[in-house]
Design a binder for this molecule. Structure first.
Ligand code: SAH
Length: 367
């Protein structure tokens, strides 16, 4: 049994069932035993792989995207490039290297990393040690110093805890995690329906709300609205607020039971881009997209980047470059060993109302 399982069992035995939101927050972010706090989960030997870990092209294209956004902003003398949840620091490292082609942009940059995990912050410090730019780390978005900023968030919002509600004849009741007679975690429901949810649905329907994600988006958009800048969010998710359950656990590249061994598996939920977009607009910002990751990367020149890379690569790397393009932007199956990210993942940007159109978003947004 994981250490965190023991802690959560004792907590529930003493205090009663905890919400799915609290369970997810502790499974991922418990100060000692949370999944992200205690390990480096990425790559073939880890639990899952993310786009920047698939290929350097992903971070490079995003670095060039940021340089263009900066230029559309009127090339301010100072700009913060802020990454939320930077993992191993790979995306930022690739982005900053690609930005060498835009020396005025690079000269304007101050790099900020927002990360809650000490293990991953340390890893990011190693990755960025030679990036040649001032870098600083913060444990929350609110600690990033004021001023115009470009925020990057790849697979950040999906790691924020969600609330789940189930429709019952009495109304929407929050889903809780309790213990069965054998002391195993089980889902249950709060007995008091939530009075603020108006959605209609048949009994048994599940509704997910990422209150924390929406709070983060509201704060980011308010900041962009007053101080200028942009946010790029890329994640797997849906473009309409819909019913259904998406909480999932992944361990060693396979789906696992979210209630088994908390702290040992990654827990994520699909990102509700419609809800994030509404939060950004309510804070006075313009929303670009969402578009599919495939459309976004293709428009930024993924194919050209792949060709440029292939020209400098050894012939035995050609297949790997081609495979990376397919995984990042292809339209194949969304899961399994040959999963592609092109359609499942979406990109969305947020700016002040007067900024745009932005590179990568000049296709019809998804409905
Ligand atoms: N962007 C990286 C990593 C994605 S995994 C990549 O694409 O490879 C999610 C990341 O978000 C991890 O670095 C995790 O530690 C971090 N994280 C999770 N919750 C966070 C929070 N509330 N604030 C800041 N970082 C967080």
């Amino acid at each position: 049994m994981s250490k965190l399982s023991q802690i959560l069992r004792e907590m529930i035995a003493q205090e009663g069932p905890i919400s799915v939101e609290r369970y997810m927050a502790l499974a991922l972010g418990h100060p000692q035993h949370g999944y992200y706090i205690s390990r480096e989960p990425f790559g073939a030997a880890g639990d899952f792989t993310t786009a920047p870990e698939i290929s350097q092209m992903f971070g490079e294209l995003i670095g060039l995207w940021a340089a263009e956004v900066w230029s559309l902003m009127g090339s301010p003398a100072h700009i913060r490039l802020v990454e939320l949840g930077p993992g191993r620091g790979t995306l930022m490292s690739d982005a900053l290297r690609a930005a060498r082609v835009a020396p005025a942009f690079r000269a304007a940059l101050q790099v900020h990393l927002v990360e809650t995990s000490p293990v991953l912050s340390e890893r990011q410090r190693q990755t960025l040690a030679d990036c040649g730019l001032p870098t600083s780390w913060h444990s929350s978005i609110a600690d990033v110093p004021q001023g115009p900023a470009i925020f990057l968030a790849n697979e950040f919002f999906d790691a924020l805890p969600i609330r789940q509600y189930m429709r019952t004849p009495a109304g929407w009741c929050e889903r809780m995690v309790g213990l069965d007679e054998a002391g195993r975690f089980i889902f249950g429901l709060s007995s008091d329906p939530e009075p603020y949810i108006a959605a209609e649905a048949p009994p048994g329907a599940i509704l997910e709300i990422s209150a924390e994600g929406q709070r983060a988006m509201t704060a980011l958009a308010a900041r962009i609205q007053t101080q200028g800048g942009a946010l790029l969010a890329i994640d797997y998710g849906h473009t309409r607020t819909d019913l259904g359950e998406s909480l999932q656990a992944v361990r060693a590249h396979r789906f696992a039971d979210p209630l088994e061994n908390p702290g040992e598996a990654d827990l994520t939920a699909h990102v509700d881009f419609a809800a994030l977009g509404r939060a950004a607009k309510a804070a006075g910002c313009r929303v670009h997209g969402p578009v599919t990751q495939g459309a976004f990367l293709n428009q930024l020149g993924l194919a050209q980047r792949a060709m440029a890379l292939a020209k400098r690569a050894a012939p035995d790397q050609f297949d790997a470059i081609e495979a990376a393009v397919y995984r990042l932007a292809g339209h194949g199956p969304a899961d399994g060993p040959n999963a592609t990210m092109g359609d499942l993942f979406k990109a969305m940007a947020v700016t002040r109302p007067d900024l745009g159109p932005l590179p990568g978003f000049q296709t019809e947004p998804l409905a």
